[in-house]
Design a protein around this ligand. Sequence first.
Ligand code: COA
Ligand code: AMP
Length: 631
Amino acid sequence: MTTYAKTFAGWQNNPEAFWAEAATAIDWVKKPSVVMDNSNAPMTTWFPDGVCNTCYNAVDRHVEAGRGDQVAIIHDSPVTDSVTKITFADLQDRVSRLAGVLTSRGVVKGDRVVIYMPMAPEALVAMLACARIGAIHSVVFGGFAAHELAVRIDDATPKAILAASCGIEGQKIIAYKPLLDDAIARATHKPDFTVVLQRPQTQADMVSGYDLDWADEVASATPVGCTPVGGADPLYILYTSGTTGQPKGVVRHNGGHMVALNWTMKNIYNVSQGDVFWAASDVGWVVGHSYICYGPLLAGCTTVVFEGKPIGTPDAGTYWRVIQDHNVKSLFTAPTALRAIKREDPKAEYVKKYDLSGFNALFLAGERADPDTIKWAQQHLQKPVIDHWWQTETGWAIAANPLGIEQLPVKLGSPAVPMPGYDIEILDEGGHPVPAGELGAIAIKLPLPPGALPTLWNAEERFKSAYLNAFPGYYETGDAGIKDADGYLYIMARTDDVINVAGHRLSTGAMEEVLSNHPDVAECAVIGIGDALKGQAPLGLVCLNNGTDRSEEEIAKECVALVRKEIGPVAAFKRCIVIDALPKTRSGKVLRATMASIADSKPWKLPATIDDPATLDAIAARIAGIGETLS
Ligand code: COA
Ligand code: AMP
């Protein structure tokens, strides 16, 4: 039996003992006597009667153990030409002061705080300050526009918002404060105050008494200690895209999250205290939460906060430069970033310029890793390239090649095998397991492990209907795939209308809601088509109201601008085509998947239930083969 198989079997034989053992690596104010509480099945909570504090475990305990001088955060920012190092002791000071600012203004345990910040170290300080006082943070990705921010403000009803004056995107400076002001104006809920980090590149206009200056407030703040919270008290809410325009508020509890993330650092990523870990993502995504902020800090690693792009800041060698300069042991990024580098530097000339001797492994997730990209990285880096699969909902890898336990053979196109905690079945439409090698819906047998979402914020019924009702006894991942005879998984496609653009999860439903607000649009559909760089890209198809006599080109341009304005540039909605009619089934369902297959030159069948085949023929003539499908 392999070491991985033994570990997995150990978990399967006694999941509670497995996680109770993992929980001993966390410092508890009061140790949990209950590991798993299933009394409210199908909902599960972990370590509910434990008392703890996530910030204490991520920061203070390292200082108390004498590691205050170790670097906790390296902010490497080619866009501002600066590198800043923050020790654990310094981090403790910054976090406890910002926490003091929040408490002095009335923020208490259980209150929500929205964070709208770029990749500055203060974004982590903000998250940790909330965790310190038991406030529930909700970070909103900076690439989302005012409308998306407003939707999240209304759902989370925050007492305060922590923001920065701007983000820097390659050569562009994006002013955040006007977006924040617009979002607060649009939202029904009004936060009590904001705290704004004025960055030198843009000074935000401040409303006296409402918008507080971060630096001034922190300078005069009284540091506060860690508030004890329950193991099943929420640490954060992170909104993610679902089928509709209303994002889902994934809830993360303090106890299980700490236990699970801490376990993954050694067992999956093979890093330990003092090692440098770099997740090249953004704090607005789950990867940023788990592996820029909490995971590495809980494990006492140094985390890299990188404010730049894989290319253009200044070149395709930036990643390798950061690895060399900071002695990064493990890098976690999205395949799209590697594709961007590979496109600019196909022969990997930049790789040769840097000393990567301290670098151990490259981890990829966020979207399907195409075999060509993996092979390119394997060939040029000469290090393990590990694809692993997970989602905002789970917060950590469902399937991976657990380097810290054992490096299993890599199979191209597969994120390898299930991690302890995840009992995975491939199910047919009736919910029956399919034989090895057959495609089906990927489902996880309940209960979900520690760290995975216990529910959706203020939406328990939606949690059940979105994830638990389709296959009773299982969590439905929303991904379709295959398990082979060796137990390796292959993730093939989403089963819903979520698309993945440059590793960013987006809802085509949300884009359709925006398009249907255009005064000339009668009906629309947004589909994800193949994109050689970003994996997928959205394509809008709109039908105009009868009698519209404006230029189609003009209207398509307005549609593109509208999605950018309402959802944000991150949607990368750049193509919109005006058509006469949408192809539908007789019951009115738009044939999105069929159109996407046509665009990507994939095999497709004329659905027997199609209402008017001529509509599909007309669209096929316009979009056939326009997608650029990856290997
Ligand atoms: N704040 C404001 N705007 C943002 C933003 C942010 N935090 N992040 C992205 N944007 C904007 C970009 O400036 C761009 O705007 P544009 O249309 O004016 O050019 C748009 O959103 C799309 O951004 P992006 O998807 O990053 O595309 P790009 O063409 O600028 O860069 C890549 C392409 C491949 C280099 C880039 O997508 C990348 O680095 N991807 C890695 C993805 C990743 O880390 N995902 C995290 C999940 S693990
Ligand atoms: P997010 O919630 O943004 O992390 O997106 C999660 C979704 O991204 C998953 O449900 C998959 O559809 C996709 N995804 C993430 N990692 C992988 C991977 N390694 N291989 C294939 N798809 C992935």
